[in-house]
Design a protein around this ligand. Structure first.
Ligand SMILES: O=C(CO)[C@H](O)[C@H](O)COP(=O)(O)O
Ligand SMILES: [Fe+2]
Length: 218
């Protein structure tokens, strides 16, 4: 099965957000990735739960929310109530990652743990039984348009091996610098969902970019 594609609206045209979301849905994207930045965990401030609520009625894609927020427990219920289908919390953003994942699951939302490039895969082993998806950041979070870190490939392989060893079933998502040059190696290593912001939205023809990612991962 081809990799599932999750265009990040971080690189969409905010004035024409509905158009840009409908465009990628028509092109076969399965998820829409919503990057929430608080200006503390990462330098930028992006958007909040109101955007999730606004997008919910205009798309059937999975609303994949990436919380780059300090102590995300403060916002989980709000994002769940806004209509998030998946909520991702950074391992690095809270001393209580287990509790944060419990809170997401208690709302009936799919739970995701996210790790930064500097965080070892082994550290999330104790919570892997709780998650529906793991996000391996393939750039340092905070900005779109960065270069894919090649050392991420080993981390994807490690996680895929742990997943098989533990007999678990979760998606492995990658985020940052994913494009036609980087998606195949990540897919071959075990990634099942690819976030792509600037590659899909920055230049012409988002539909062709989505088709290319699917074609490269057949
Ligand atoms: O989480 C993110 C940044 O922190 C974004 O999802 C990611 O960077 C997407 O942008 P691009 O595909 O342009 O790298
Ligand atoms: Fe993201």
């Amino acid at each position: 099965m081809s990799i599932k594609v999750a265009p990040s609206i971080l690189s969409a045209d905010y004035v024409n957000l509905q158009r840009d979301v409908e465009l990628v849905e028509k092109a076969g994207a399965e998820y829409v990735h919503i990057d929430v930045m608080d200006g503390m965990f990462v330098p930028s401030i992006s958007y909040g739960a109101a955007w999730v609520k606004a997008l919910k009625p205009v798309t059937n894609m999975v609303l994949d929310v990436h919380l780059m927020v300090v102590n995300p427990e403060r916002y989980i219920n709000e994002f769940a109530d806004a209509g998030s289908d998946i909520i991702g919390v950074h391992y690095e953003a809270t001393p209580h990652i287990h509790r944060a994942l419990q809170m997401i699951k208690a709302k009936g939302v799919k739970a995701e743990v996210v790790i930064n490039p500097g965080t070892a895969v082994e550290l999330i082993k104790p919570v892997l039984h709780m998650v529906d998806q793991v996000l391996i950041m393939t750039v340092n979070p905070g900005f779109g348009g960065q270069k894919f870190l090649p050392e991420s490939i080993d981390k994807i392989k490690q996680l895929a091996a742990i997943k098989a060893e533990m007999g678990l079933d979760f998606d492995i998502e990658i985020d940052g610098g994913v494009n036609g040059d980087t998606v195949k190696a990540a897919y071959d290593a075990g990634a099942t969902v690819a976030v792509a912001g600037s590659y899909v939205y920055d230049k012409v023809d988002p539909a062709a970019k989505i088709a290319a990612m699917k074609e490269l991962t057949k």
